[in-house]
Design a protein around this ligand. Structure first.
Ligand SMILES: Nc1ncnc2c1ncn2[C@@H]1O[C@H](COP(=O)(O)OP(=O)(O)OP(=O)(O)O)[C@@H](O)[C@H]1O
Ligand SMILES: [Mg+2]
Length: 248
């Protein structure tokens, strides 16, 4: 028997004036699954994140979470229900320490400072940030800013974590660390929706891949199927990644 999806994205269309940024996009996310959302620049990936998380009100279509329509709820309500996202352009709070940055996420689920601190410290450990907990946001490297972004999102205790290009600008070692963190989060029961351009990082860890091009879904399937899809190769991957993935 096929499991019921945790999140159903149903026929989402989003327009900016005459520009159609998302056109009739549908796919599901199941419990404990890593779904990646890929496609060229301007394909509509971040716009779809904004529609799912309540930052944009889609022109048409629905988002169903645990069987309930959440389409027109505001971002904080959607976050409280268990869907949290990070931002492509990181939003580190520069005057706060790493720990305080993470605590701002924890305050979504508790008003108690001690509880928020404990929760933040646990997440700082998981994300490898504990040693830097007293460093000011302003003094962090890009890799640590991205990590703080993930940690703050985790502090809201999500069931679905949505990551928008959290590996961009990182070196090979840092990318590997984020890949391991993502797999560890999946092990702990989370579901993830990940936007990423670094195919070598995202393909090996994805259960399902959704490909957008010019706002439309052009393919969906297991990584090995998607990388061999002619339309996806033509629109996005090019022959380089395709040939590389065939060798390995
Ligand atoms: N707030 C906005 N107002 C007007 N147009 C927008 C807005 N946000 C996005 N767009 C346009 O919608 C299209 C999709 O943009 P989006 O940022 O979703 O793409 P993306 O797939 O995330 O690209 P990238 O990989 O470069 O981050 C683009 O043509 C973009 O210029
Ligand atoms: Mg984007």
């Amino acid at each position: 028997m096929k499991l019921k999806p945790l999140l159903e994205i149903k026929n989402i269309t989003m327009k900016f004036g005459s520009l159609i940024a998302n056109e009739d996009v549908s796919f599901n996310i199941h419990e404990n699954e890593i779904v990646s959302l890929i496609g060229p620049n301007g394909a509509g990936k971040t716009t779809l994140f904004n529609c799912i998380t309540g930052f944009y009100k889609p022109f048409s279509g629905k988002t169903i979470y645990l069987g309930k329509d959440i389409t027109n709820l505001p971002p904080h309500r959607i976050c409280k229900l268990g869907i949290t996202r990070t931002f492509q352009i990181v939003k580190t709070l520069n005057e706060m320490t790493v720990k305080e940055n993470v605590m701002t996420g924890a305050f979504l689920t508790t008003r108690n400072r001690k509880e928020a601190e404990e929760s933040a410290e646990e997440i700082l450990n998981i994300t490898g940030l504990y040693k830097k907990k007293d460093v000011l946001g302003a003094n962090l490297t890009i890799a640590d800013r991205k990590r703080v972004e993930i940690a703050r999102a985790l502090a809201t205790k999500p069931r679905i974590l949505m990551l928008d290009e959290c590996m961009a600008g990182l070196n090979q070692t840092e990318i590997k660390e984020v890949m391991n963190l993502i797999l560890q989060l999946k092990d702990q029961g989370l579901s993830l929706l990940i936007v990423e351009h670094i195919m070598e990082a995202i393909m090996p860890i994805s259960d399902n891949v959704v490909v957008l091009n010019a706002g439309r879904k052009i393919a969906e399937g297991k990584p090995e199927d998607v990388v061999n899809n002619e339309e996806v190769i033509k629109a996005y991957l090019g022959v380089k990644y395709h040939a590389k993935s065939k060798k390995s």
